[in-house]
Design a binder for this molecule. Structure first.
Ligand code: HEC
Length: 201
């Protein structure tokens, strides 16, 4: 299992989840109670599996990335609020609530597309701070001194990787290390340079 596999699983699962929910909402809104009942019955187990995978892969990715941007927090709150709204909607056969929950889920999904890997802001004087980027994105696995080794992270204090290979692994990711292709060239450059300062001389 690598980071991209988890991410892909999450995206696929979320799409299936949205599709199932869309069909249920359409059946409810179109006044098709028998079809809705049948659909709900047939998809009960798949829907449960999908929901668990949806949350599990989401939580797993957050744990790996180790950062929660504001946008991501908003998204999680919306998703978690939409769940009880959806449950009540279908229990009470309330079309408005069902549509509301659908809009919330789609909204959160759109936000997920926007958020990606956190982009660290350059500081006031326009200087990109490698240490700051490291703290926000890398420390969770590599640790403050580079030797934490979480999630199979390589010990950066013992690394002898050349600068260009570092830039490449940061850009593309490898195994459990996510790809930081949303960082700018200057940010990747700064964090790679910072990583080299963690090496034991
Ligand atoms: C989810 C955990 C995780 C995060 C977060 C993470 N890494 Fe890694 N990193 C790894 C793993 C795992 C490897 C080993 C990959 C392999 O070779 O299989 C690795 C390897 C590396 C290497 C190569 C070291 C060597 O000598 O082979 C560098 C450099 C590196 N990471 C830098 C970073 C930087 C910079 C960041 C933040 C922008 C970062 N990592 C964030 C898990 C992580």
């Amino acid at each position: 299992m690598n980071f991209d596999t988890i991410k892909l699983t999450h995206v696929v699962v979320v799409n299936v989840f949205i599709l199932i929910y869309l069909i249920k909402t359409v059946l409810l809104v179109a006044n098709k109670p028998t079809s809705l009942q049948r659909f709900t019955r047939v998809f009960k187990i798949p829907e449960m599996i999908i929901s668990v995978l949806f949350l599990a892969t989401g939580i797993w990715m957050i744990a790996l990335l180790g950062t929660l941007q504001t946008l991501l927090i908003v998204k999680i709150v919306i998703v978690l609020t939409s769940i009880p709204v959806a449950i009540i909607a279908f229990k009470k056969q309330n079309k408005m609530l069902a549509v509301l929950a659908f809009v919330m889920i789609i909204g959160a999904y759109g936000m997920a597309e926007m958020s990606k890997i956190p982009k660290v802001k350059a500081s006031a004087n326009g200087v990109v701070d490698g240490q700051d980027i490291y703290k926000n994105n890398c420390q969770n696995c590599h640790g403050a001194k580079g030797n934490l080794g979480n999630n199979g992270a390589k010990d950066l204090s013992l690394s002898s990787m050349d600068h260009n290979s570092e830039l490449s692994i940061i850009n593309n990711g490898k195994n459990m290390m996510p790809a930081y292709d949303k960082l700018s060239d200057a940010e990747r450059e700064a964090v790679a340079t910072y990583v080299e300062t963690l090496r034991l001389k």
